[in-house]
Design a protein around this ligand. Structure first.
Ligand code: C5P
Length: 402
């Protein structure tokens, strides 16, 4: 039976993004109803939501021909509620139990799990009132889908951007999958060490050599593995995407490749599977300055570089029987041939190969087209979301480990 999700859209410029959320959730077989505040309906028309959900959208009315008491019917209908974008106003009303429109009244009346994705100006978000309101909601069991850093509609740069469509969809869907007895726990009893994100190699206290890896692939793998019962040690370079906590997740934040290697070596022994999804910098400055280098004073015309150790290859050399090693390979040409060579040279069991350098961006994207390469052959996959690809990689690992 389709799960019922009630989406409450409040007045933020990001309200239009909820059309995409509705479309993605309906593809995942959710039945969706939408309540909009009056302000939200100024940003996006209710016709879009009605077309996407095939259900009537309620905009702040208390009378309906369909229901006698719409706020109670909607509150009872919902298996879960997502408030997104959530303004400072609705968050404050939820904290205080104010029920002066349909959205806030439904939120007071529902006993379903509630997810709140705040989106607002950085100062409004940082305001002690908003922070306290969010903390109180969290204590009461409301799940906050954290805002992201970025350029905000108000012109500021900072935290306050609505979480990505992908994050919102996967958060509610993961919750639902976990709750559902259908959730497979085929990684129960296994520990996975995952490297993710970029590394930053320090030049001086303010400058570094880094790359544009978002860490999304590694995080998708961590999330998929957790949902399938694994314990995950996530060695994570500097990323700005929000990390959702889990009792079986240990996050080990690192900055440089040498830190990443150290953290991996300390957690390698207990792992059954090791996945190197990090974009590790191949080189680092031979020396990093203690003080900021100054133009005109210090010689900044060249930096002497040394090679970083290959983390996944170092671990593979130390692996004990039964440990399964997975790497990634981004290639611009002869993708499968080069990736297979890389797999052999690094003594890996599996390599996940991507083509890069075409018109499609892999770094930071939500989708990926990859091939899974093992000693038994190559499986080419269609374009998938990173969450879907993560599950395919885990399926292949389980199949190959047997
Ligand atoms: O050699 P290349 O950088 O293309 O290899 C990519 C794979 O090796 C990825 O799995 C990446 O996480 C891993 N790697 C590593 N340490 C490095 C460089 C790459 O673990 N120094």
């Amino acid at each position: 039976m389709a799960k019922h999700i009630l989406i409450i859209v409040t007045g933020g410029i990001a309200a239009y993004k909820m059309c995409d959320v509705c479309s993605k959730l309906s593809k995942l077989d959710y039945e969706i109803k939408v309540v909009m505040t009056k302000h939200a309906s100024e940003f996006v028309g209710k016709a879009s939501f009605e077309a996407l959900t095939h259900n009537k959208v309620h905009v702040d009315e208390f009378k309906s021909s369909e229901y006698d008491i719409p706020h109670i019917s909607l509150a009872d209908w919902a298996d879960m509620v997502l408030v997104a974008p959530a303004t400072a106003n609705i968050i404050a009303k939820m904290r205080s139990g104010i029920a002066d429109d349909l959205a806030s009244t439904v939120l007071l009346a529902t006993v379903a799990p509630v997810f709140v994705a705040p989106a607002m100006n950085v100062h409004m978000l940082e305001h002690p009132s908003t922070q306290e309101n969010i903390a109180v909601l969290q204590e009461r069991g409301v799940q906050i889908i954290d805002s992201e850093f970025g350029h905000l509609a108000c012109g500021y740069n900072g935290k306050g951007k609505l979480a990505s469509v992908e994050t919102m969809v996967s958060t509610v869907h993961d919750f639902q999958s976990k709750k559902s007895s259908l959730a497979t726990k085929d990684f129960d009893g296994l520990t996975i060490l995952i490297t993710a994100g970029p590394t930053y190699e320090k030049i001086d206290p303010v400058r570094f050599i880094g790359n544009r890896s978002s860490g999304k692939m590694g995080l998708a793998l961590a999330k998929a593995a957790l949902s399938r019962g694994a314990k995950v040690d996530l060695v994570l370079g500097p990323v700005s995407v929000p990390i959702i906590g889990h009792e079986n997740l240990r996050v080990l934040p690192v900055e440089s490749a040498l830190d990443m290697l150290q953290a991996c070596l300390s957690h390698f022994e207990r792992s059954d599977i090791c996945i190197g999804a990090a974009a590790v910098s191949d080189l680092r400055p031979a020396e990093s300055a203690q003080q900021k280098l100054k133009k005109g004073k210090d010689d900044m015309s060249s930096i002497s570089l040394v090679e970083n150790p290959d983390i996944i290859a170092t671990l593979a050399r130390e692996k004990h029987e039964g440990q399964y090693m997975v790497g990634f390979a981004a290639e611009t040409e002869h993708v499968e041939e080069y990736a297979q060579k890389k797999r052999v040279n690094k003594s890996l069991d599996m390599i996940v190969a991507n083509k890069v350098g075409g018109t499609k961006e892999v770094f930071g994207a939500d989708n990926n087209t990859a091939s899974i390469i093992t000693k038994s052959g190559t499986t080419q996959l269609p374009e998938l979301s990173k969450d879907e690809l993560a599950h395919k990689i885990l399926d292949a690992i389980l199949q190959e480990r047997c």
